[in-house]
Design a protein around this ligand. Structure first.
Ligand SMILES: Cc1ncc(COP(=O)(O)O)c(C=O)c1O
Length: 366
């Protein structure tokens, strides 16, 4: 079962946090491995021998003072997810999902992807000894296509975007008895992504910054980190102060921004979506209602960025801080600048940018 059988919506993993609050104090983390599986008790795998890992997680939070001065922030931080084993935050979700699939006895997996999740799946499936079928738009980055084939995944190039890839992925999974890992159409990828939230709190001494800015496509990052914020409070691990959450999308694919501005609970699909930031080229997200709720409940917002501004801020981030970000990372930096200029965020706010992937995946954009 991948979605709720009654309402067809997203399934959410739940844990006995009342018991965990007593039995799992945060001091258990001392001496644990420096990867996302240090939070084992609140991840979905039951038997540690099923963990499929390449060392994902515990990526650094880097102070970015020079970039901060340039965009008007006195307290700017970058969590650099480009340092994950497959070069993006997708390592986390796929490590969790492939581990759980292994535990459930799955031998083959399929995935529709803008690119980076496909690359990650091929590596984790190889590590688990599973077969993988990856459905990707024809114009995905060369790095993404090559990493799938290189790791022995079956690559299918689709004439269309992630929606079309999703239909083919589901169909092949049904026909060939494989498990389809579409974003938020199974509960485990979001569990991996939520470890970003656990790490942010742990790395900032069990507090959250004033604002977190995230590039949003399907929304697992936003939904996952917010789940961590809530779980950490239930566990008694965090101080209870919640961050404001901001989603960033591209000017020519901004369904969540439009719905947020209109006050809608659901986002209409975006027509003729295009942007150089393929991770955000998602015209319609199954978790639209969850993303919008997080943005509103947290007192955050949503903002769209032009492609040329992404490129400009990719370059600035490399030149001022030495951090090589992709277009999604560039978008997040540009969004921080605009939010400060608008007065939505202040110069002294502690602002955490998530750089979701390494710019080395996008050599053509450098
Ligand atoms: C580099 C990058 N950033 C951001 C996203 C969007 O992430 P999410 O689907 O969690 O919203 C993706 C998804 O493909 C991505 O590859």
């Amino acid at each position: 079962m991948r979605l709720c059988q009654e309402c067809g919506k997203v399934l959410y993993a739940r844990y006995d946090l009342d018991t965990a609050r007593v039995e799992v104090p945060r001091s258990v983390l001392a001496g644990r491995p420096a990867d996302m599986w240090r939070y084992f008790e609140i991840l979905p795998v039951k038997d540690e021998s099923n963990i499929v890992t390449l060392g994902e997680g515990l990526t650094p939070i880097l102070a970015a003072p020079r970039l901060g001065r340039e965009i008007g922030s006195s307290d700017l931080l970058i969590k650099d997810e480009g340092q994950n084993p497959t070069g993006t935050f997708k390592s986390r979700g796929l490590s969790a999902a492939v581990s759980k699939a292994k535990e459930l006895g799955v031998t083959g997996v399929t995935i529709p992807t803008a690119g980076n999740a496909g690359g990650a799946l091929a590596s984790y499936a190889a590590r688990a000894g599973m077969s993988s079928h990856v459905f990707m738009p024809q114009d995905a980055s060369e790095a993404n296509k090559k990493e799938v084939v290189h790791a022995g995944g079956e690559l299918v190039l689709v004439d269309g975007l992630i929606g079309e890839a999703g239909q083919q992925s589901r169909q092949v999974a049904e026909e060939q008895d494989m498990f389809d890992l579409s974003t938020l159409q199974e509960p485990y990828r979001a569990e991996g992504k939520k470890t970003m939230g656990y790490e942010i709190a742990e790395q900032l001494n069990w507090t959250f910054p004033d604002a977190i800015i995230y590039p949003t496509g399907g929304g697992t990052g936003v939904v996952g980190i917010w789940k961590a914020v809530e779980e950490l409070e239930s566990l008694g691990w965090s101080d209870g102060k919640r961050p404001r959450f901001f989603s960033v999308q591209a000017e020519d694919c901004q369904p969540i921004v439009r719905a947020f501005e209109r006050g809608d609970d659901h986002a209409e699909p975006w027509e003729n979506a295009h942007t150089i930031a393929h991770g955000m080229r998602v015209p319609s997200a199954i978790a639209d209602y969850m993303i919008l709720k997080v943005l509103r409940d947290s007192g955050g917002g949503a903002i769209a960025i032009k492609d040329e501004d992404m490129l400009h801020h990719m370059r600035l981030t490399a030149q001022l801080e030495g951090v090589v970000v992709g277009p999604e990372g560039g978008a997040v930096v540009a969004a921080a600048r605009t939010l400060i200029e608008q007065g939505t965020l202040s110069r002294d706010d502690k602002i955490l940018l998530i750089n979701t992937g390494s710019g080395l995946k996008n050599l053509d954009l450098m």
